[in-house]
Design a protein around this ligand. Structure first.
Ligand code: NAD
Ligand code: ZN
Length: 381
């Protein structure tokens, strides 16, 4: 089959590899119909995630048709068209019972923090991902969700990660009626966080980025105010000035380490600056929120980028909340929002690219070329 193949930092291509097979009774094999590239894939692509092995296939945001099920699978059958949450989880451990599926203890017990994730290095279990014609789906009775008959596939594929992640970012902000919510990052996750903030009763939503095309889109998609951080000297002062000197009630970090570092690297050309500036969005979030406010973090931080102004967080008595999203928990509500027409997730898709051209797709999304917001890979057939 054709599959995305990681060859090393900044080098990915489509090549042929053996089709996956049922390895456990509760596995399914799914023929992929859509697979997105995520900001999280860029951490892998840039070589920032430990134990990312050459020859592996990325892709944790995909839909597909069930091709085969193992003898232990009861709730899925051949021919079902499913959306598959990016988390691989057992559904029954201590954490899954609390709906903390992203922290499942059974799938990847050696890991200190996260459970299993498709196509996300051996630190999250070493599972191959869905940027391929076929993918093995473990615990197939638990994660995959049959796509409602009337739902557009392009909407469905965004329910596997970025919409639920943005939604959880807003939820972890404990937004109250009328709150001012500042979202750092106008990528797919930030856009859905902004959209979700309104669904939760925000009175004002402000999105920060430096890519004008994304800020333009954010104003249209999420009806928010925007700030280009390149036009601001001191972010905390700027946000205070916009909020009667109180600061925002809730700040959401939808950037993470590498995206921020990347932006600074492009601006300064220095890797050292990239490291020093890596925590910019989180710094800004902590410094721009009001006292007693909440900072919600869904941007992903890796080993070299864990710079946190923890002293300021303590002095301000903040609540810090963060997690990998537990996609499945949000699906009933989000499917309802999509079906009621309150959110049209596929509006953020800017590029549909054949799987054969996966190398170009990564380059386009990583370098933010051609006004790219969200690329979707379409396998042959
Ligand atoms: P993306 O790369 O498309 O978007 C990131 C955006 O942040 C870009 O538009 C970039 O210009 C902007 N940015 C860079 N530095 C900034 C700064 N200092 N302030 C404000 N904006 C800045 O990525 P994405 O797909 O939207 O993902 C965003 C983050 O969310 C990534 O770190 C990704 O790994 C993470 N993520 C987390 C989860 C989860 O479950 N927690 C799930 C999906 C993605
Ligand atoms: Zn993702």
């Amino acid at each position: 089959m054709l599959a995305m193949n990681y060859r090393g930092p900044y080098r990915v291509r489509a090549s042929h590899k053996a089709e996956p097979e049922i390895e456990h009774p509760n596995d399914a094999i799914v023929r992929v119909t859509r697979a997105c590239i995520c900001g999280s894939d860029l951490h892998l692509y840039h070589g920032l995630v430990p134990d990312t092995r050459v020859g592996t296939t990325f892709g944790h945001e995909f839909t597909g048709i069930v091709e085969e099920v193992g003898p232990g699978v009861q709730h899925l059958k051949k021919g079902d068209h499913v959306l598959v949450p990016f988390n691989i989880f057992c559904g029954s451990c201590f954490f899954c019972q609390k709906e903390l599926y992203s922290n499942c203890h059974n799938v990847n017990p050696e890991a200190t923090a996260v459970g299993g994730i498709y196509g996300y290095s051996h630190t999250t279990g070493g599972y191959d991902g869905g940027q391929a014609e076929f993918v093995r789906v473990p615990m197939a009775d638990v994660g995959p969700t049959v796509i409602p008959a009337n739902m557009d596939l392009d909407d469905a594929v965004l329910l596997t990660d970025v919409f639920p992640t943005g939604y959880q970012a807003a939820e972890m902000g404990d937004i109250e009626e009328g709150d001012t919510v500042v979202v750092f990052g106008a990528g797919p996750v930030g856009l859905f966080a902004a959209k979700s903030a309104w669904l939760m009763g925000a009175g004002r939503v402000i999105v920060i980025d430096h890519l004008e095309y994304r800020l333009d889109f954010a104003r249209r998609f999420a009806h928010c105010e925007t700030v280009n951080f390149l036009e601001v000297n001191d972010m905390a002062v700027h946000i205070k000035r916009m909020t009667d000197w109180l600061g925002a009630d809730v700040c959401i970090d939808a950037v993470g380490a590498e995206a921020a570092g990347n932006a600074l690297q492009r601006l300064t050309g220095y890797y050292t600056f990239m490291q020093a500036g890596a925590a910019t969005a989180l710094f800004w979030a902590i410094n721009s929120v009001r006292k007693g406010g909440t900072v919600s973090i869904v941007g992903v931080y890796g080993p070299t980028f864990n710079y946190v102004p923890i002293g300021n967080a303590l002095n301000k008595g903040l609540t810090l909340r963060m997690n990998q999203a537990s996609v499945k928990r949000h699906l009933p509500r989000l499917i309802e929002h999509v079906q009621a027409g309150r959110v049209k997730p596929s509006e953020i898709i800017t590029h549909r690219i054949p799987l054969e051209e996966v190398g170009e797709a990564y380059h386009l999304f990583s370098s933010k070329l051609d006004d790219c917001i969200k690329p979707v890979l379409v396998p042959p057939r």
